[in-house]
Design a binder for this molecule. Structure first.
Ligand SMILES: Cc1ncc(COP(=O)(O)O)c(C=O)c1O
Length: 345
C-alpha cells in the first residue's frame, strides 16, 4: 500500500492523548521493596499487579507465531481487541465499518456500542467475499473492513485472491479474524503483515488451544498499530493468572496439535453421519471446528435437540442462513449422541 499513513486513520483525540502511566510503567526492574502501587504487601497469591505489557507471554507467542513482540497486542479475549480497534480508529457518529454478512456478531455489537455506523455487505451464497458488495458498501468514512476466515458461522476459508483484492483496494484497516485458523488447511496470514501495513490479524486461545475461560485474544499488526492499541488499553487488561496459565499452556503445542487432529477427524466423521440424516439438505464445507448444515424445519429441530439436552446454534435468521444450524464438533461420544437424537426425529 503506497503512501499509507496511519496517522490519517487514528482518531485525533487518541493520537493526541497521553496514555495512563501505571506504577509498573514508571519503574521496571528488580527491587526488594515495592511501595509504588498501593498493593497489599502480604503474600496472597495475586497481591501484585501483573506485567501491563505481558512481556514473557509475548515472547512466547512471538516465537510460536513468527512475529516480533512489538507486533502483538493481547486482549481480554479477541472481543477486547475488536472493541479497542473500533475505538482507536472510528469517530462515533461519523465513521463506519464494513461487515460482510453473515459473520461473527461481535463486530456489529462493538460498532453499535461505540456509535459507529455499520455498512453491511453480503458474502456470496457460498459465503466467500463478494467484492462488488464490499465496494458498494465502502464510502469516504469507512475506516475498517472486517473479514473472518475461516468464517463464523459458515466455517469456510475466504479465498486468498479476494482478501488480496480487498487489501489492495481499501485504504482503511482490514481485519482478518483467524479465530479458527488452527483447524484450517492453510497457514495464517501473519506472513502478509510486512506487505500490508493496514492489515490486522486476530487469533485467540479460546478455540484450538482449549482456553476459552481464560480470555486471551491476540492481535497481530504493524508495530505502529499495536502501539495505538497498547496506548488505549486498560493498564492491566491481562490478569496474572491468565498470563501464567497461558504461558504454561503454550509450551504444550503437541497437545493442541493432538486435539486439532482429533477434532478434524471428528468433523469429517460427523459430516458423513449427517449425510445419512434424511432431513439434512446441505452440509457446508468447513475449515473450522464446526459445521453449518441446512436442514428441514431448522428451528423446530433446534428445539427438539434442546429438549434432548443437545444445544446447537440456530442460524436460520442470518443472511444466507435459511434453515441453517451451526454444530460445534464435540467428542465422538457427544457427536454420536447428537446423531442418535437426529435419527430418532
Ligand atoms: C470469529 C470469532 N472471533 C472471535 C471470537 C471470540 O474470541 P475470544 O474468545 O478470544 O473473545 C469468536 C468466538 O466465537 C469467533 O467466532
Amino acid at each position: 500500500m503506497k503512501n499509507f499513513d496511519l496517522n490519517n486513520l487514528i482518531r485525533e483525540n487518541i493520537r493526541k492523548m497521553k496514555p495512563y502511566s501505571s506504577a509498573r510503567d514508571d519503574f521496571q526492574g528488580n527491587a526488594s521493596v515495592f511501595l509504588d502501587a498501593n498493593e497489599n504487601p502480604f503474600p496472597a497469591l495475586y497481591n501484585r499487579y501483573p506485567d501491563p505489557h505481558q512481556r514473557k507471554l509475548k515472547e512466547k507467542i512471538a516465537g510460536l507465531k513468527k512475529v516480533s513482540t512489538d507486533q502483538i497486542f493481547l486482549g481480554n479475549g479477541s472481543d477486547e481487541a475488536i472493541d479497542l480497534i473500533i475505538r482507536a480508529f472510528c469517530i462515533p457518529g461519523k465513521d463506519n465499518v464494513v461487515i460482510p454478512q453473515p459473520t461473527y456478531g461481535m463486530y456489529s455489537v462493538s460498532a453499535e456500542i461505540n456509535d459507529i455506523e455499520i455498512k453491511s455487505a453480503s458474502l456470496t451464497t457460498d459465503f466467500d467475499i463478494d467484492i462488488d458488495s464490499i465496494q458498494k458498501a465502502v464510502d469516504a468514512n469507512s475506516k475498517i473492513i472486517f473479514l473472518c476466515s475461516p468464517n463464523n458461522p459458515s466455517g469456510n476459508l475466504l479465498s486468498l485472491d479476494r482478501i488480496r483484492t480487498v487489501l489492495n483496494t481499501f485504504e482503511g484497516l482490514v481485519i482478518v479474524d483467524e479465530a479458527y485458523i488452527d483447524f484450517a488447511d492453510q497457514p495464517s496470514l501473519t506472513t502478509w503483515l510486512s506487505e500490508y501495513p493496514h492489515l490486522l490479524i486476530l487469533q485467540t486461545l479460546s478455540k484450538a488451544w482449549g482456553l476459552a475461560a481464560l480470555r486471551l485474544g491476540m492481535c497481530f499488526a504493524s508495530k505502529e498499530i499495536i502501539a495505538v492499541l497498547n496506548k488505549i488499553k486498560p493498564p492491566y487488561n491481562i490478569n496474572e493468572a491468565t498470563q501464567q496459565l497461558a504461558l504454561d499452556h503454550l509450551t504444550h503445542v503437541m497437545q493442541k496439535e493432538i486435539w486439532v487432529t482429533e477434532l478434524i477427524k471428528q468433523r469429517e466423521q460427523l459430516k458423513e453421519d449427517l449425510k445419512q440424516i434424511k432431513t439434512v439438505r446441505k452440509i457446508f464445507p468447513s475449515d473450522a471446528n464446526f459445521l453449518l448444515i441446512r436442514i428441514d424445519h431448522a428451528s423446530a429441530t433446534y428445539q427438539y435437540l434442546v429438549d434432548k439436552g443437545v444445544i446447537v446454534r440456530d442460524r436460520s435468521k442470518v443472511v444466507h442462513g435459511e434453515d441453517c444450524l451451526r454444530i460445534t464438533v464435540g467428542t465422538q461420544k457427544e457427536n454420536d449422541f447428537l446423531i442418535n437424537a437426529l435419527k430418532q426425529l
